[in-house]
Design a protein around this ligand. Structure first.
Ligand SMILES: Nc1nc2c(ncn2[C@@H]2O[C@H](COP(=O)(O)OP(=O)(O)OP(=O)(O)O)[C@@H](O)[C@H]2O)c(=O)[nH]1
Ligand SMILES: [Zn+2]
Length: 186
């Protein structure tokens, strides 16, 4: 579990460091609020996302399954600012190894709710699905806007970063990969 007391102490120190008065009415509850928020947005550090893929259906389907437009909210590990957008996850199951659709989104969520890099998030999702479901292939595409590039620093609002992780048949077959990208809309 996130150490909320420690986060509270740290947030109070940050407020003091920026020249605020942590005792003024509007800020008095802020350290505790931020601590509650951090335990929510970093909860992925306290779970092992691969456990979501333990249950499988013995379906015969061996064609592509794509869950697209999964909303993601993660935190850039360099600045602790959000990056957010959409994840698209496709896999080609092996007979008997079909997973519940929501479980794909749960894996995405488990890796997103941590201090992250978009590239690492993308490959962790793909590698976990490959490892647990042993499918013919996996493709993960994430498109996201990074607040550290919009509200500060280089200040480029609207810019999007697209990352992909391509495994198995999607890597070997250009046609399969092209089909996935066309369904995803990239
Ligand atoms: N590859 C990658 N870079 C990221 C991600 N999120 C943020 N960054 C970048 O991490 C870099 C950190 O660069 P630094 O030079 O150490 O930090 P900085 O001085 O705050 O950089 P600027 O943002 O350019 O002002 C920046 O270029 C960010 O845009 C990510 O998910 N993947
Ligand atoms: Zn950043």
């Amino acid at each position: 579990m996130v150490d909320r007391e420690k986060v509270e102490v740290a947030v109070k120190m940050i407020l003091e460091a920026i020249g605020e008065d942590p005792e003024r009415e509007g800020l008095r509850e802020t350290p505790a609020r931020v601590a509650r928020m951090y335990s929510e947005i970093f909860c992925g550090l306290w779970e092992d996302p691969q456990t979501h893929l333990s249950k499988m259906f013995s379906e015969e389907h061996e064609e592509m399954v794509l869950v697209k437009d999964i909303p993601i909210y993660s935190m850039c590990e360099h600045h602790l600012l959000p990056f957010y957008g959409k994840a698209h996850v496709a896999y080609i199951p092996r007979k008997g190894n079909v997973t519940g659709l929501s479980k794909l989104a749960r894996v995405v969520e488990g890796f997103a709710k941590r201090p992250q890099l978009q590239e690492r998030l993308t490959s962790q999702i793909a590698d976990t699905i490959m490892k647990k479901l042993n499918p013919h292939g996996v493709i993960v595409v994430i498109e996201a806007e990074h607040m550290c590039m919009t509200l500060r620093g280089v200040k480029k609002p609207g810019s999007k970063t697209i990352t992909s992780a391509v495994r198995g048949q999607f890597q070997r077959s250009e046609a399969t990969r092209a089909e996935a990208f066309s369904l995803i809309g990239k």
